[in-house]
Design a binder for this molecule. Structure first.
Ligand SMILES: C[S@@+](CC[C@H](N)C(=O)[O-])C[C@H]1O[C@@H](n2cnc3c(N)ncnc32)[C@H](O)[C@@H]1O
Length: 280
């Protein structure tokens, strides 16, 4: 696979990033690793599908999203909407350190992942709001021109999976996401074999983007990233789809006329998309 990022950039600054983006006990964990172990974990993280969840992953993803926020909206008054957060807390963790006066909102349907997210973030002191609803309804909650950045942190695949589940009547709100994942993967396998993914998922995905563009301020940005988990591949996730989730989505997104893709230096288009809402 194409590396997610440049190891040589991150290795020399990882300790400083750990100091900035980890809490005390996480930092102690980081400090307990030898520099050789840190280097091995970083290479594994950036150059292979992710196999383990380590404190090195936390440092890297928090520091990477901090770069995104710093580049796109360094001012303190950031209002950010995350779509399909699950219980992945990297963006709230970053905002608590870089934009403590900002506002973090997530549109996240799954009940138990929301409960877990709230537990993980309860001591951050961040203005954090969970909207337990489909992001396709977000304009009803937030109105128009309300947010500066919309983030899909490893969420393109989850949104597509939820769309496909909804189509065939599989609940993803009240169920356990990981217990449902094998069924989601089966559906994706069928979609690939029958060549129907675009037919079944593109329109609802683009409708969601249309709604998101309503709540985004003019010139605001939708930032999406992706990476692969080895577990999903082991369970049969179609490998070419998983690896090329961003290029596939980019092809669909070209039909949206209210925004355009912008290049952001240092972010590989294989793993990132940045869309800017046009000003009029
Ligand atoms: C596995 S978690 C995502 C975790 C996170 N994005 C990550 O991988 O780092 C999947 C989450 O996506 C949410 N989700 C999927 N489609 C959604 C939508 N259209 N609106 C809101 N939440 C959605 C699910 O409800 C669930 O909470």
């Amino acid at each position: 696979m194409k590396p997610l990022d440049d190891c040589l950039k991150w290795l020399p600054i990882l300790k400083e990033c750990a100091h900035t983006y980890l809490n005390e006990s996480e930092y102690d964990q980081f400090e307990s690793l030898s520099s050789e172990e840190v280097a091995i974990q970083l290479v594994n993280l950036l150059e292979k599908p992710i196999m383990s969840f380590t404190v090195v992953n936390d440092v890297y993803f928090r520091a990477r999203w901090a770069e995104v926020l710093q580049t796109l909206h360094p001012e303190q008054d950031l209002t950010l909407l995350e779509v399909a957060t699950g219980d992945a807390d990297m963006i709230p963790q970053v905002m608590a350190r870089t934009h403590l006066n900002g506002r973090y909102i997530t549109a996240n349907m799954n009940k138990s992942l929301n409960a877990s997210l709230l537990r993980k973030t309860e001591n951050l002191g961040l203005n954090l709001e969970v909207i337990e609803d489909d992001a396709a309804h977000i304009a009803e909650h937030l109105g128009h021109n309300a947010v500066d950045i919309i983030a899909f942190q490893h969420a393109i695949n989850d949104v597509i999976q939820a769309i496909l589940c909804d189509r065939v009547g599989i609940d993803t709100t009240f169920s356990d996401w990981m217990e449902t994942l094998p069924r989601m993967i089966e559906i994706l396998q069928q979609e690939i074999v029958q060549n129907t993914l675009e037919l079944h998922a593109k329109e609802p995905f683009l409708q969601l983007i249309d709604t998101l563009l309503q709540v985004l301020k003019p010139n605001g940005i939708i930032a999406m990233n992706h990476y692969m988990f080895q577990l999903d591949l082991d369970w049969g996730y179609p490998p070419a789809l998983f690896e090329h989730m961003v290029p596939l989505t980019r092809k669909w997104l070209r039909e949206v006329t209210e925004c355009e893709e912008i290049a952001v230096d240092g972010f590989d288009p294989q793993w990132w998309i940045f869309l800017q809402k046009k000003s009029s």
